[in-house]
Ligand binder design. Sequence first.
Ligand code: SAM
Length: 288
Amino acid sequence: MKSENDRPEQSGTLYIVATPIGNLDDMSPRAAAILSRVAVIAAEDTRHSGRLLQHLGISKPMMALHDHNERDKAGQVLARLAASEDVALISDAGTPLISDPGFVLVREARARGFRVSPVPGACALVAALSAAGLPTDRFLFEGFLPAKPGARKAALERLARESSTLVFYESPHRIVDTVRDIGQVLGGERELVLARELTKTFETFYAGSASSVGDVLEADPHGSRGEFVVMVHGASDAEAAAGSVEVDRVLALLLKELPVKKAARLAAELTGSSKNELYQRALEMKAG
Ligand code: SAM
């Protein structure tokens, strides 16, 4: 990958500009100034972002850059940067690339040595964590969990022993099922905080055990409306240890019937643990 010192002479800059997640006053003056200065704005949904630009009094050419056309459109953006034009990338809300399009473009732009500069601002996961009252020294952002129940539970099982705070995005029509699955897989007593409609009129935090938050959400007629960030306390030492006892039990059973490598591979698939770690553990168990 090229560094910015190898930048093509006189090329433009790609600005990655955060926009509000609900409250339009969260648009920073610098972000607005950059949007009015660039040659073109690449937006996830030009109609949606057109309303923001109108609110800011900015009239600027836009091009649509979303998940389905990012490869094609990235080429057009790179051509404009090469022609010394500055380009801004925005998404529908918050920080581009955070569960939003832009990765292909930023990677390509960097690979070709163009300057890529962030203009920071709102991001739902950071806003949610900052006010949730859960540990923030280490957290794991997992984006959206799978939509299908089986895959969602499997993804949660893989995270059951993770001691960092877990953070997910979730859509309103799956929020109740997801909170219920968290209770089922990680334990109904696991501490959970939901941040709903951040920075908007009906901003609400729901906090408590996974099972109590699930109950409150189901009882609240507005509970599954709006946008949500789901945060879950990481596994306690006891939960992590209980997990490894379970892994050991599965591995020991498989080792009775299978060679080490096969047992480790199957145990990894069944428990979501690392194959290499289980191979080492299996060797230790064999050795006594
Ligand atoms: N790029 C955005 C960011 O920086 O947060 C996230 C985009 S992602 C496609 C949209 C998801 O972010 C929503 O489904 C929801 O989980 C979360 N989200 C966005 N705005 C939110 C808000 N105001 N309150 C709570 N969650 C929000």
